[in-house]
Each structure stands twice: as C-alpha cells, then as structure tokens.
Ligand binder design. Sequence first.
Ligand code: UD1
Length: 428
Amino acid sequence: MEKLVIHGGNRLSGEVEISGAKNAAVAIIPATLLAQDICRIENIPNISDVSCMVRILSQMGAQIRYINKHTIEINTKTVNSYIVPHEMTKQLRASYYLIGALLGRYSRAKVALPGGCNFGVRPIDLHIKGFELLGARATVENAMINASADRLTGSHIYMDKVSVGATINIMLAAVKARGLTIIDNAAKEPHIVDLANFLNSMGADVRGAGTDVIKIHGVNELHGCTYNIIPDQIEAGTYMVAAAATGGDVLIKNVIPKHLESITAKLIECGAQVTEYDDSVRVQSEGRFRRINLKTMPHPGFPTDMQPQMSVLLSVAEGTSLVSEGVWDNRFKYVDQLIRMGADVRVDGTIAVFQGVSELTGAPVKADDLRAGAAMIIAGLIARGVTEIEDIIYIDRGYEDYVEKLRNLGADIYRMEVRDEVKTENAG
Ligand code: UD1
C-alpha cells in the first residue's frame, strides 16, 4: 500500500495536459457491448476505474487490444453471457451500466449491485423505473439485479430527479428498443453528450443529449466505430483549483472551456484570474481569496465532484463561505480531515460553513473517496509543513499520473510505500 507525502508551500506553474473523461469512459466501454463488433476508443484515461471496467468486459469474453496507453480496441462479438457476478462489479460503481448495455444487447441482464464512492445512500430506483417503462421486469435478489424483457419497447420516461447514472442506463437500454424513447428531465452532463455521440457513431439515433429531453429512435443493429473521448471536466477543474489555491500560474491544456464555466465563474468570484483559449484555460492567482457562497447542482450547475476541492480553497478565503451540497446527502466527510489541518468548518446536514483561516498546516490525513482525496492533495499543497495522505487507491481511480503532473508543475509530492493491512472494499 502507498501513501502520498506532500511538502506544502510551492506555487504551481507551467502547463498540464488533461486526460480523457473518466465518467465518459466508464459509460462508453460497456456501451461497446451493443455493437457486437470492434470499437476503437481513443483518449482513454489510464486510471484504475477504466482498467477495472475493461477487465470486466474481458472477463465477459470481449477481446481487448491496447493500441497504446490511451487507445484500445474492444471486440464484443465474443461476449456470450448476460450475467456479471459480484467479484467483477464490487470495485466499480459504474459497473451498473452493464445492466443497460446487456439489456440493450440481450433483452436480459443479471448484474451484481456495484461498489462505489461512499457518500450517502446511492439508490437505483430511477434506473429500475426506466427499465420497467421500457418493458423489462426488474427485481433485486441477493444483491443481484435481474432484468429481462421479451423485447424492449420505447416509452416516455419522466425522471423524478435528475440522475446521471439513470439517464445513461436508460439510453443504453433504449438505443435498440422498438420505437421511440423520450427521457424527460434528463441529466445534461458533458459525458451524457459524449455517450450519445458515441452511440450515434455506432449507428444509433439519439437526439437532444445535453438538453432536458433526450429522444431515442430505436435501431435494429449497431456497428463498430472509432471514437475519441472528451477531456475530463473534473480533472481539469481540480488542476484549476490547485493552481489558484497555491497562488500559481498554470496553463491547463486539452480542455473544453465551455464545460468548465461554472468552475471558472466561481474561481473568478473568489479573486483568481481565468483566461479561456480554444482548448485550454490559464489560471493565475495571488493566493488571496474572497469569501463566496457555493451550491452544487446537476450540470450546468457547479459540479458536486468539484465541491471538496473548491471547499479547500474556501477554507483559506477571507470571511465566511457557505457551501451547500445539492446532489449528495453525505458529501462532507472529508471536512474532518481538513479540520485536522487547521480549517474552521461547521457542517449541518448538506450545508458547511467555512470560516476562512490564514493558513492550513500539514497533518496525516486520509482520502475518504476519490474527490475527497483530490481535496486533500490541494490542502497539502497549500499547507505549511508536511501532509501525508493515506488510502490513495481512491485517487488512483480517477486521476491519471497525478503525482507526475503535479511534480511537473513544481509541487513537492511523492508516493511512499507503507506496510499495513490491505484495504480493498469501498471503491467507486
Ligand atoms: C455520477 C458520477 C458521480 C457524480 C454524480 C453527480 C459517474 C460514474 N459518477 O454518479 O461522480 O458525483 O453523477 O454528478 O458518472 N438518485 C436517486 N435514484 C436513482 C439514482 C440517483 O435518488 O435511481 C439520486 C442520488 O442519490 C443522488 C442524485 O440522484 O442524490 C444524483 O445521482 P446520480 O446523478 O445518479 O449520480 P451517479 O450517476 O451515481
């Protein structure tokens, strides 16, 4: 097992290249099941969540060929099962996309309930409601979801709550269903659009992704394609906040600035300077910040997956900042770690009050989940002294080569082997 050691105080400067989007990749890889053909996926991020999803497909019988670090070919013709056991799904929340993809391919799916990041109850009622409206019978027994239909049929599905996962799962199940499916109150995240573009490259007919209403005309067959995944919005946002928090000057390359607008707006409100170019953004700051209020919401609102990172910056902003978590019930667990580093934070349910302090001090902390881990890195970068972060397997799930990327920007960060009992559960 490894931990991170960070000697804080260095300002970040230079350039960093953003990798492909994790949340798009973990949807697109299972979507290849729908084609029974060869798909070539480019700009795949080299992170453990993706290798986990690729491994699951390979265990299901797909042929995988790595062309290079960021390009794979997946041939799903050789897959011949609609059953995915717990051993395969336990490490990855997104493994539930296999339900939609297998339903789309076989009209049947038996998939063990997934693992996942541990920030509150993570129901799947909306996924199940969607499958049922498409004509499937869906039950949960012994922690397995069992869904089947004679033939899926298009339907009008109103989402009671905006859900990224349910929108994606219903899209996967509906692309080959008979007739028209309408998903109303759909999620609009960039990776929903990316998945729709990928499905259309395979011959699907998906329209309206990125708006509240997605219309899917079912087609009989899909074919292989070559597809390039969008850059990771949250990785880019994390480097933006890290650059600002350290009083740095960083050019963040290979991004879609439009996807970063809510993050850009909040950084500017805090006092940082953000300059947008065609496919990069430059973040500069003096390292002094004004207080702000922040509320996380589904896209195009401020992303919940950026809340912990941004909150670290607010912990050293002048005055009192209010952070309201509008997506998850329990996403302030990392605050305990931040308080160990000297932050002044009070949490009441889904609201946290940050009373800005003049500085954070290094401490031994842990990564409670992927984005909490990213927040701890930013805290370590700005803290006085040494910060050691444990449980970094969570960070490895979603950030490619982050130690190298941060070192290139001037951070004093390295991995260190620690001898301890092995922890495996609770990934996501
Ligand atoms: C995805 C992201 C995750 C991000 C989240 C919100 C992936 C792999 N993960 O997670 O990083 O934090 O979007 O942007 O893309 N809900 C229900 N019933 C359901 C499904 C969801 O009530 O059937 C609720 C959840 O409890 C939550 C909210 O809807 O409060 C949003 O969840 P959802 O958008 O589905 O998140 P995920 O797709 O799991």
